[in-house]
Ligand binder design. Structure first.
Ligand code: NAP
Length: 325
């Protein structure tokens, strides 16, 4: 392969996360120099093991920095000499905490801290991992096709995670407008992220919607429908948004085609992977929400992003998790 990226350095925050590890894997396969932050360097071995599972043998292009989103310490070192920053880290717990600030403060202040140090270090572009949470929670789903024009209203009562992602993204755009001084920003808004687990690194989306269903742990079948996207495609869209000239100043929804209810997910697993599904005890939902429509047209058109199907993403999760049952 032509070695075109060898002189470009990228910081990926949150290397211990489900999405973070897939982004690092793709960047290393594409010959970028990669720096990553983790809250504790003791988790370095988990990252190395996962990357080895993903086919990386040479780690000379990867370095590690200990940094927390709520503290200034070490961020200057982490962004030093970086061309790009992919700010992926943000708290994503399976259950909302009692105090919403446990999520809002690291999400918002972490994003602002990253933008500030990136601007001061002369980084070209930051790509922020936001969420569909910042897009689609204030508008009636009926007859509405969600696009990047839509925003969740953070001034009304919302679950803490949804609020944290909305406030963090709003604050980031405001920073760029008022204090960016030429720093570029592009934002990715993924729906529920699934796809293969490497090195045992999972996330709340997989723990609830894949392990929860396969192990029969869910008390009831939630009535909402969700968009699904494969983690490999979310990693790919971050890299595309990092490099594409037209991605500057834009947000991109990352979703495969269509949405699914938990009932649909259980049905898919029962049909396609009957060998894993003896524990499933999903009942028909009591009432179904409207199947919302979410457009991925902008990412397809501008970034030439071509995601896998939602079925492929979910089955890849089930297959990779199955060895742990
Ligand atoms: P994840 O596996 O839980 O990753 C979250 C990452 O953030 C971990 O590396 C975690 O580090 C780090 N983090 C949390 N709080 C931190 C803090 N105070 N300081 C430094 N690092 C901190 O979840 P994920 O799915 O990969 O999420 C990655 C990003 O995608 C997040 O921004 C999330 O909001 C967004 N997203 C996820 C989904 C989804 O369905 N998974 C959908 C849309 C958007 P530790 O390992 O130390 O906890």
């Amino acid at each position: 392969m032509e070695n075109t990226q060898a002189n470009k350095t990228v910081l990926v925050t949150g290397g211990t996360g489900f999405l973070g590890i897939h982004i690092i894997l793709q960047l290393l396969h594409q010959d970028f120099n990669v720096k990553t932050t983790l809250r504790s360097l003791s988790k370095k071995d988990v990252i190395i093991k996962a990357l080895q599972q993903g086919g990386i043998e040479d780690f000379s292009n990867l370095s590690f920095y200990e940094a927390n989103l709520t503290e200034d310490k070490n961020w200057d070192e982490a962004v030093k000499n970086c061309d790009y920053v992919l700010h992926v880290a943000s708290p994503f717990p399976a259950k909302d905490p009692k105090d919403e600030n446990e999520l809002i403060i690291p999400a918002r202040d972490g994003a602002l801290r990253l933008l500030k140090v990136s601007r001061d270090a002369g980084v070209k572009r930051v790509v922020l991992t936001s969420s569909f949470a910042a897009v689609g929670y204030s508008i009636n789903n009926e007859n509405h096709i969600f696009t990047e024009e839509d925003w969740t209203d953070s001034n009304v009562e919302l679950p803490a995670y949804i609020k944290s992602k909305t406030i963090a993204e709003q604050s980031a755009w405001e920073f760029i407008e008022k204090q960016g001084h030429g720093l570029e920003l592009s934002v990715i808004n993924p729906v529920g992220i699934f796809g293969p687990v490497i090195g045992g690194i999972t996330s709340a989306s997989l723990d609830v919607a894949v392990s929860g269903i396969l192990k029969g742990n869910l008390e009831y079948t939630p009535t909402f429908t969700m968009g699904v996207v494969d983690v490999r495609d979310v990693a790919d869209i971050h890299i595309k948004a990092m490099l594409h000239p037209q991605a500057n100043g834009e947000r991109f929804i990352a979703t495969s085609e269509g949405v699914m209810s938990f009932y649909d997910v259980a049905e898919l697993f029962k049909k396609e992977r009957p060998q894993y599904t003896s524990a499933i005890k999903i009942l028909e939902p009591i009432g179904r929400e409207f199947y919302k429509e979410i457009s991925n047209n902008k990412a397809r058109t501008i970034l030439h992003w071509n995601p896998r199907s939602r079925e492929e993403a979910l089955l890849a999760s089930a297959d990779s998790l199955n060895e742990n049952f």
